[in-house]
Ligand binder design. Structure first.
Ligand SMILES: Cc1cc2nc3c(=O)[nH]c(=O)nc-3n(C[C@H](O)[C@H](O)[C@H](O)COP(=O)(O)OP(=O)(O)OC[C@H]3O[C@@H](n4cnc5c(N)ncnc54)[C@H](O)[C@@H]3O)c2cc1C
Length: 355
């Protein structure tokens, strides 16, 4: 069979592979996307966009680039597919200690946090929060499942999608880069947590973390804002919400557990007793492709320069992937460079022993 040339073969159709493919196609590249078709982290994720996180209420690194790029990307996709994927909703952050309250007060007077945080003098009705609350701005969630389905249909319609699991042994380097009947100039691995078994990039310091999430119904009216209390509750319909997510670094499987279900419901009941009883309609688990230094892995292999990785977006894929997809697509076209902080070259000496 004759070889079919493409510019980029993308392995993985989670949010990373999908948005990278979309960006490359916009730049007129010939792209082929393959995916094993299994449920992935992106389909499980709540898709929250939350610029300020953690106990110390810290802005995400490069938020000034990430947030506008994300908003622009999801808006373009909304226009292309004639449906909204980003749902903006403000978030109420429950402060859990005197220390957190102190940090919140500091942040509220810092100029660089004004766009993201605002004071809320009293707790919303029905919420227990001994140390008060804060309102977070520019928050919301992405309807990732719907978005991935639209993008997959688009790739299929354009003849650039195949459901297949890539067997690494089928990649040939001579006389040219080849996988099955495809002859790509570049291969980009967007494999999520399965990147840990990749023969070229699997030694990178990944730190995969399992997360579980519940889809719930309640007779009570759920609040109109996202509640962030260590876990989060995202209202989706008047009597429906999503509740998540757990962090488990040890049991790296995708089985929902009774333990996580109990943990989530108990935590919600403590802060919002009036919502009880809650009916759980769906319970899912997935594995976040997190990294030890909390930064993505982007860039080419030190020896096999046509093999690349675009992975490691951890718990912040919805916010971070659009900007880095733009940067990486431009870098493949030699029109920009990948920022040093996320470039995989930071591990060339330590994690590519044969290079
Ligand atoms: C419970 C939970 C809640 C989360 N909540 C949020 C949130 O609120 N906000 C947020 O931003 N992020 C959240 N995340 C994280 C988010 O899921 C990730 O940041 C993002 O989706 C990762 O996307 P990805 O494309 O890198 O990986 P994935 O979505 O896992 O996609 C990787 C794809 O590659 C495919 N693949 C792998 N190897 C091969 C191969 N050899 N051949 C073919 N295909 C292959 C897989 O089948 C998969 O489809 C959450 C994650 C979990 C688990």
């Amino acid at each position: 069979m004759p070889s079919r040339p493409v510019d980029v073969l993308i392995v993985g159709q989670g949010l990373a592979g999908s948005l990278l493919a979309w960006e490359l196609i916009r730049q007129q590249a010939r792209v082929m996307v393959i995916d094993s078709g299994e449920t992935n982290a992106s389909q499980v994720a709540a898709g929250l966009i939350n610029p300020v996180t953690g106990k110390r209420l810290v802005k995400a690194a490069e938020i000034e680039q990430l947030l506008p790029a994300a908003m622009d990307c999801y808006q373009q996709l909304a226009l292309a597919f004639k449906q909204q994927f980003f749902v903006p909703i403000p978030m109420v952050r429950l402060l859990k200690s005197e220390h957190e309250r102190h940090i919140a007060q500091q942040r509220l007077v810092q100029a660089e946090y004004q766009a993201f945080l605002t004071d809320e003098p009293s707790c919303p009705p029905g919420i227990n929060s001994a140390f008060g609350v804060l309102q977070q701005l520019q928050t919301g969630y992405i309807k990732i499942r719907q978005l991935l389905k639209c993008l997959q249909d688009f790739f299929v319609a354009n003849g650039c999608y195949r459901q297949a699991r890539l067997d690494y042994r089928e990649i040939m380097f001579q006389p040219h880069l080849q996988w099955q009947d495809w002859q790509p100039r570049h291969i980009v691995f967007c494999e999520g947590h399965q990147g840990t078994v990749n023969p070229w990039f699997g030694k990178l310091p990944f730190q995969p973390v399992k997360g579980e999430i519940l889809y719930c119904k309640t007779q009570a009216v759920s609040p109109i804002r996202i509640l962030n209390f260590g876990y989060w509750m995202i209202p989706t319909e008047p009597h429906q919400f999503r509740l998540g997510a757990t962090f488990d670094y040890t049991n790296l499987d995708t089985q929902p557990t009774e333990r996580a279900r109990h943990q989530l419901i108990q935590a919600l009941t403590e802060v919002y007793p009036g919502l009880h009883p809650v009916e759980i309609v769906e319970h899912q688990a997935g594995i976040r492709p997190a990294t030890q230094d909390k930064r993505p892995f982007i860039g080419s292999h030190p020896v096999y320069r046509h093999l690349h990785i675009f992975n490691g977006f951890g718990a912040k894929g919805s916010l971070a992937i659009p900007w880095y997809a733009q940067q990486f697509a431009a870098a493949l076209n030699q029109a920009a460079s990948i920022p040093d902080t996320v470039h995989v070259r930071r591990y060339y000496d330590s994690h590519f022993p044969s290079a």
